[in-house]
Design a binder for this molecule. Structure first.
Ligand code: GLY
Ligand code: MN
Ligand code: MN
Length: 449
């Protein structure tokens, strides 16, 4: 196998080795990991291409029409990785740009073998034959399923020639999800850079915000900062939600005018080299929090600090949530949003009227990243190398029994957090967060960008 040409590609080769070991440890077999298809947006126009996350994790190869096949057998040391990809094509490259072609792809990315994607139909049955199991994400993409099942049936038809078809089809994601949960050094570096870019974008948005401007103008500031720093995309559609829109959890229209005296909630993060960042900040449109806004903001911030206390090895994913909920519930009682005792509010779940989502999720190649949250029915312990978001919020819709001063206040504060051996490392640490940090950034008119 040729040596991969960059530290990033060396990391993908190391992940292939680890996958081979894991496959061998549970009986061996052959893994098939296709990349994502191109998707039409309308007529002859396509969406910006985004590779499949599992495929990218194992290859770093960003072209469409590609597939990784890892023939592991039962000996990981003898594992053989084959990339299927588009051939070089002078004509298509004039229209669509550079493609590696199998020869350069093999040398650059460090595969044992690379073949034109047109050879899949003939080669796939041969690679699958006589393997104890087929490791494949069946049901994720019907077109790929058809291709893989065709190959499987072709092998089955060769039974009289002494070729055996894999007896089991097993979900390769069960192995890859667990690997993806623990970020290697290259992944942490990329995620830290993505977080820094997104933090800068939030700061730029704070400085650009004025009463009367439109949510989309602020969205444009975010996108400007993401792209100028080299990120390829947003990690998810940005939420830029002024006033009451902040209480719509998946608000995406971003087309309302911002009003003096309202808050603006921004949930936005860039994707860098496949890795997501995911930051929420909430700040006053006019640069100064009102009394009730500050009350709610300080409550959500206190709940985030409480959750972060539990973001360390040995705690579970769920304890961060419980810690945030406890602080939020007490605060809701203190602010007159809820009545009763803390135990009563926790027991009845009445706090969910104002806090209806969980406090975080795994973060990585996907914004809601791969990985089980429970193992054998128990919330899993946090371990070094995991990355989570910590994102409590409080969303107060108008109601007769709700003090009017709090109506339409929606606050969420979200950071990206790497679990380390000694606790945690907040990747988004540079993003202004306290009331005074935010008010200083927003008053700094001479330093607007
Ligand atoms: N931006 C998606 C989320 O916070 O989960
Ligand atoms: Mn999130
Ligand atoms: Mn978010």
């Amino acid at each position: 196998m040729p040596a991969p040409t960059t530290p990033q590609l060396a990391a993908t080769a190391a992940r292939r080795d680890r996958l081979a070991q894991r496959i061998a440890a549970v009986g061996g077999g052959v893994a098939i990991i296709p990349t994502a298809p191109e998707r039409r947006r309308n007529r002859d126009t396509e969406y910006a291409y985004r590779f499949d996350s599992y495929f990218h994790y194992l290859t770093g190869f960003t072209e469409p029409e590609a597939m990784l096949v890892m023939v592991v057998g039962s000996d990981p040391a003898a594992a053989h990785s084959v990339l299927f990809c588009r051939e070089k094509n002078a004509e298509r490259e004039i229209w669509d740009g550079f493609r590696y072609g199998p020869t350069a792809a093999r040398e650059t990315f460090g595969f044992d073998e690379a073949c034109p994607v047109e050879m899949l139909t003939s080669r796939l049955p041969e690679l699958i034959g006589n393997q104890p199991a087929l490791w494949y994400a069946l049901g994720y993409d019907v077109a790929q399923d058809a291709r893989v099942l065709d190959a499987l049936n072709t092998v089955r038809a060769q039974g009289r020639n002494g070729v055996q078809a894999p007896a089991d089809v097993r979900d390769v994601r069960t192995l890859l999800d667990e690997m993806r949960l623990f970020k290697d050094a290259v992944e942490v570096d990329t995620m830290r850079t993505a977080a820094i870019i997104s933090g800068r974008a939030h700061k730029r948005a704070m400085r650009a915000t004025r009463p009367e401007c439109f949510e989309y103008e602020i969205e444009a500031e975010l996108l400007h900062e993401f792209r100028r720093a080299g990120s390829q995309s947003v990690a998810y559609n940005s939420i830029v939600a002024g006033g009451a829109n902040a209480c719509v959890l998946h608000y995406v229209s971003n087309d309302a005018q911002l009003r003096d005296g309202d808050l603006l909630l921004i949930d936005a993060g860039c994707e860098l080299d496949g890795y997501a960042s995911d930051i929420t900040r909430t700040f006053p449109v006019n640069g100064r929090f009102s009394g009730p806004q500050k009350d709610v903001y300080e409550l959500v911030l206190a709940s985030q600090y409480a959750a972060l206390e539990h973001a360390r090895p040995g705690q579970t994913y769920d304890t961060t949530h419980d810690a945030a909920v406890k602080v939020l519930a007490q605060g809701m009682i203190d602010l007159g949003l809820l009545s009763g005792s803390l135990d009563g509010v926790l027991e009845s779940g009445s706090y969910r009227r104002f806090y209806m989502h969980r406090t975080g999720h795994w973060l990585g190649l996907d914004v809601h990243d791969a990985g089980e949250y429970k193992v054998k029915g128990q919330w899993r312990a946090l371990e070094p190398g995991m990355v989570i978001t910590v994102e409590p919020g409080c969303y107060i819709r108008p109601g007769e029994d709700v003090p009017a001063a709090f109506w339409n206040i929606g606050v969420r504060i979200e950071d990206d957090v790497l679990i380390t051996a000694s606790g945690h490392d907040i990747l988004t640490i540079g993003t202004p967060k306290t009331v005074s940090d935010i008010e200083i950034v927003m008053s700094d008119v001479d330093d607007r960008r």
